[in-house]
Design a binder for this molecule. Structure first.
Ligand SMILES: NC(=O)c1ccc[n+]([C@@H]2O[C@H](COP(=O)([O-])OP(=O)(O)OC[C@H]3O[C@@H](n4cnc5c(N)ncnc54)[C@H](O)[C@@H]3O)[C@@H](O)[C@H]2O)c1
Ligand SMILES: N[C@@H](CCO)C(=O)O
Ligand code: NA
Length: 448
């Protein structure tokens, strides 16, 4: 089957990331979607820059309407932003019978009612996973994964720029303005960064989540919006001393009276996971009556994280294009005839770093023998510690063991090593007469 044809409007930060990720992972994406997905035409006011991104094989035009008018195009991806021309283009694409994917939360939060109604009437989809919390699949979680629940509340760090600014100010003592410039340079900020720092962007996203969670129309005009520009460093400091962090939260909550929809700086207990979400990272907590509280964390801004969500929507729409319902969403995500034969590694081939603890005789030359074996095996050592046996945090040295031999604990942290290599080295160390007990080995994961 010929690939589904995609037209891209706007080849900026997110547009470039989308093109790049789709090209890099095209085989895997095709196996999931059941059909290839190809960006065949793009529009950007800066034709030369766009052409440099997409290469000679893709048609580049300055006029976005030419993409919409192309009968070959099945899906239009709007990555221009703003409420102006983007609104016109999305409505025209819908009218032309194209499905639409957009990352434009401003547009949907303000004009969503009009746009979704037009799409419903025309029988096309408007998908917008990238519009809320970038790469975090929060729309899918709310709409599908939590469909059994009566959602009670949602609270999230949903603007990367402001969270980045608050983190940089707290950790590095950076100036507000400097931190904002960095966020702009890194591609996190909106075209108009006052949307970020005044809480407007977070309110756009909270508005969309509120609609999905509670089944209400999108009503940005009802949101309470406060940003971080009035926050004083003193309050950040005092909050810290009281055991709190200040975060810009987007909150929407069901109450007997109605729905709360608000964005403002909030003190959050420092021990909460969400209080430790730093930099441009986003995190969304969702409370449902059946599931309890759940937490979704990840990159909410930037070229490739946002592209990840745009492409997920492209895959969804491509699947829905497939006639056979049983085939639409493969049970294991990949279509049966496109399953991979990648093997599961035996543990001996797995690479991790290690924590080793050796109970050894406290005598000259033992450390050299042990580290000699490690070095022989080509294992690189990250840190070595000697501690008085059975006493964590002591000054080190010897203790009288049960057999009357002075003993000490050697703790070794290694860099990444194949498990097979480590097993062999451990066996050699275990055989040393000066190693008095079975060696403790705990694998270490940095999870970065
Ligand atoms: N950058 C992020 O991390 C991020 C994350 C989530 C959502 N978004 C949203 O994605 C959208 C795009 O953001 P971005 O950061 O990629 O913006 P960007 O400014 O980097 O890119 C926009 C592109 O659109 C082009 N453009 C402007 N007017 C045009 C027109 N009339 N016709 C054709 N092209 C036109 C510009 O030349 C530019 O290349 C926005 O709605 C934004 O809110 C961005
Ligand atoms: N400006 C937005 C981009 C992602 O929506 C942010 O900083 O989170
Ligand atoms: Na998302």
């Amino acid at each position: 089957m010929k690939p589904i044809q995609v037209g891209l409007l706007g080849v900026g930060t997110v547009g470039s990331g989308t093109f790049k990720v789709l090209a890099r992972n095209q085989n895997e994406i095709k196996s999931r979607a059941g059909r290839g997905i190809a960006i065949t035409m793009v529009a950007d006011l800066d034709v030369a820059r766009a052409q440099a991104v997409v290469g000679a094989g893709v048609t580049v035009v300055a006029d976005a309407r030419a993409v919409i008018a192309n009968p070959e195009i099945d899906i239009v991806v709007e990555l221009i932003g703003g409420y102006g021309i983007a609104r016109q283009l999305v409505l025209e694409a819908i009218a032309a019978g194209k499905h639409v994917v957009t990352a434009n939360k401003a547009l949907l939060a303000v004009h969503g009612t009009e746009i979704f109604a037009a799409a419903h009437a025309r029988g096309v989809m408007v998908a917008f996973e990238a519009a809320v919390a970038g790469g975090i699949p929060i729309i899918k979680a709310l709409r599908e994964g939590l469909a059994a629940n009566s959602i009670q509340w949602i609270a999230g760090i949903i603007n990367g720029t402001t969270n980045f600014i608050l983190s940089e100010m707290r950790d590095k003592g950076l100036d507000f303005g400097v931190a904002l410039k960095d966020a702009q340079r890194l591609g996190y900020a909106e075209a108009d960064p006052t949307f970020d720092i005044e809480g407007v962007d977070a309110a756009h996203k909270a508005t969309l989540m509120s609609a999905i969670a509670f089944g209400i129309p999108v009503q940005f005009d009802k949101a309470h919006v406060e940003g971080i520009t009035q926050l004083a460093a003193t309050d950040i400091k005092y909050a810290e001393q009281l055991g709190y962090r200040i975060k810009l939260l987007g909150i929407t909550k069901r109450t007997p009276q109605g729905i709360e929809l608000r964005v403002h700086p909030s003190l959050v207990p420092a021990k909460r996971l969400i209080a430790n979400v730093e930099g441009a990272m986003n995190a969304v907590m969702v409370n449902g009556d059946a599931v309890g509280t759940t937490l979704y964390y990840g990159k909410g801004a930037g070229a490739e994280p946002t592209a990840s969500a745009v492409i997920a929507d492209l895959v969804d729409i491509t699947r829905l294009h497939t006639a056979d319902a049983a085939q639409r969403v493969p049970h294991l995500a990949f279509h049966p005839d496109a399953m991979s034969d990648l093997r599961v590694l035996p543990m001996s081939e797995v690479v991790t770093s290690y924590y080793l603890r050796l109970r050894v005789a406290d005598e000259a030359g033992v450390l050299a023998q042990v580290t000699g074996i490690v070095a022989d095996a080509g294992i690189s050592i990250d840190a070595v510690l000697q501690r008085e046996a059975d006493e964590v945090g002591g000054e080190g040295g010897a203790t009288e063991g049960t057999q009357g031999v002075p003993q000490t604990d050697l703790i070794i942290l290694t860099h990444d090593t194949r498990e097979g290599t480590m097993n062999a080295a451990i066996a050699r160390m275990q055989a040393l007469p000066s190693v008095l007990a079975p060696i403790t080995r705990i694998r270490k994961e940095e999870l970065a």
